[in-house]
Design a protein around this ligand. Structure first.
Ligand code: PMP
Length: 457
């Protein structure tokens, strides 16, 4: 018999309150530290959204290594959040630590290339296919710069993104879609001046007809897309959608910018390599240098040629691309170490083996508790989706989501020693997580789901 969603949400709200009390009770040091007010950081945290996690006060960490976290009250956790991807290959991987130590004696930042530059450029081309590369410091920046190139070479004003997307703090992507299909500036943005409908068009993911119609206007410089949407629960492309996206963009003279920052969980070369996508521009950040601030963006030969032609006729000066610390000695050393020694086929094999255990174990737990939910997955990244059928677009994702259930599961699992990604039910498996760690996560999930269902009955 189908479980009542409202009853589950009430049970989740009650569970959250109990788990919040347990969380606080065993963290006297963290409570003082995490609730700091007065002079110092705004809201007591170095970045305000650290307050938005579903817990009474932030988890203050003493150490992070491999897949292990230790908070300042001495609790040890297995990390399936991994800094929401920056630590996808484990915290402080040894080859990156060694690269940091080596670069410490060679200077961190010079605004000049190191000998590693040529090697890293070649490695990126081999790994991801595109022939030309640049370094930035965050994935947000890499997206911004790639978008600027797309506009420069096409001479077109707009970009197109999919409803529910997240590509970082990139103004032009922070849009929503009105019920009538119009593009809206996201209502929650602070200090927003530009009406984003003038820079951006938004359409639903997996909607070939809406995409074709939007591209027909001839004013879209590029489509910016994650190959699988991972920031709005998890939405897989429907069969044929990527082929249509590539065909329609080519026909319209629109460039295709693929953001693999999260889907790099797919395997070597990302979803692009695995599925033979043919992007004109490509971005990956976060984990690409093992968690050291670095991102890279790639250009096809054709885009690079068109860019050279544009640059030949614009006056010299700032291009609008680049920040001082980008391309640094330190970034290049860490990029090389990560690409050659950390982000390896063996690492992905271990990550996928762990993800297999979680996917199968969680699916079995859902069946056992008669929960009409499923587990979505892109390689080592898994998402518990609170409905039976795969999501097709952001409207589906919104309808399936439940803040109360997500928050309760997140905190209950944290209290049992497992950190999930906040604002999702997302689990990322690092190569440092053992099969036993994954089995223990499944067992904890099973127990928590059992409690939730019993309370809702
Ligand atoms: N692209 C995608 C797909 C992301 O998920 C994110 C961050 N979650 C970003 C870009 C931005 O990364 P950063 O915060 O490192 O700039």
């Amino acid at each position: 018999e189908a479980l009542d969603r409202a009853a589950l949400e009430r049970a989740a709200t009650a569970m959250f309150a109990e788990e919040a009390a347990s969380y606080a009770a065993v963290r006297p040091v963290g409570r003082d530290c995490g609730a700091a007010t007065g002079p110092g950081f705004l809201d007591g945290v170095p970045l305000h959204w650290m307050r938005d996690w579903p817990m009474p006060f932030p988890l203050v960490l003493a150490a992070a290594e491999g897949a292990r976290l230790e908070d300042i009250d001495g609790h040890v956790l297995t990390d399936f959040c991994l800094g929401d991807t920056g630590a996808m290959f484990g915290h402080a991987p040894a080859p990156v630590v060694a690269a940091l130590a080596r670069s410490a004696t060679a200077g961190f930042t010079t605004m000049l290339p190191s000998p590693a530059a040529a090697r890293v450029g070649r490695l990126l081309s081999q790994r991801f296919g595109l022939p030309h590369w640049q370094v930035a410091t965050t994935a947000s920046d890499a997206n911004r710069f790639a978008i600027r190139v797309a506009r420069a070479v096409t001479g077109r004003p707009k970009i197109l993104v999919f409803e529910g997307c997240y590509h970082g703090a990139v103004d032009d992507t922070l849009v929503d879609r009105a019920p009538d299909g119009a593009t809206l500036t996201r209502a929650s943005l602070l200090g927003q001046v530009v009406d984003l409908a003038t820079t951006t068009t938004v359409v639903p993911f997996n909607d070939e007809a809406a995409l074709a119609m939007a591209l027909a206007g001839g004013d879209i410089a590029c489509v910016l897309a994650e190959p699988v949407m991972t920031n709005c629960s998890m939405i897989a492309p429907q069969p044929g959608f990527h082929a249509a996206l590539r065909r329609l963009t080519r026909d319209a003279g629109t460039l295709l910018l693929i953001d693999e920052t999260h889907t790099i969980s797919s395997g070597l070369g990302g979803y692009t390599a695995l599925h033979g996508l043919e992007p004109d521009l490509f971005v990956v950040g976060k984990a690409i240098a093992g968690g050291i601030p670095a991102s890279v963006w790639g250009l096809s030969a054709a885009v690079a040629e068109r860019l050279a032609a544009v640059r030949a006729v614009v006056p010299g000066g700032h291009s609008g691309i680049g920040t001082t610390l980008s391309g640094s000695t330190l970034q290049l050393a860490c990029l090389e170490a990560c690409l050659t020694e950390v982000m390896t086929a063996e690492a992905y094999a271990a990550m996928n083996a762990g993800a297999d255990v979680i996917e199968a174990g969680l699916a079995a737990a859902l069946r056992r508790h008669a929960l009409p939910w499923h587990v979505a997955r892109v390689g080592a990244r898994l998402e518990l989706v609170l409905r039976a059928a795969p999501l097709v677009d952001a409207a589906d994702a919104r309808a399936a989501a439940s803040h109360a259930i997500e928050a309760a599961l997140h905190l209950a699992l944290l209290n049992r020693g497992f950190l999930l990604t906040p604002f999702h039910n997302m689990m990322l498996v690092s190569p440092a997580a053992s099969i036993a760690d994954c089995e223990r996560l499944v067992a904890a999930f099973d127990a928590v789901l059992g409690t939730l269902v019993a309370a809702a009955a």
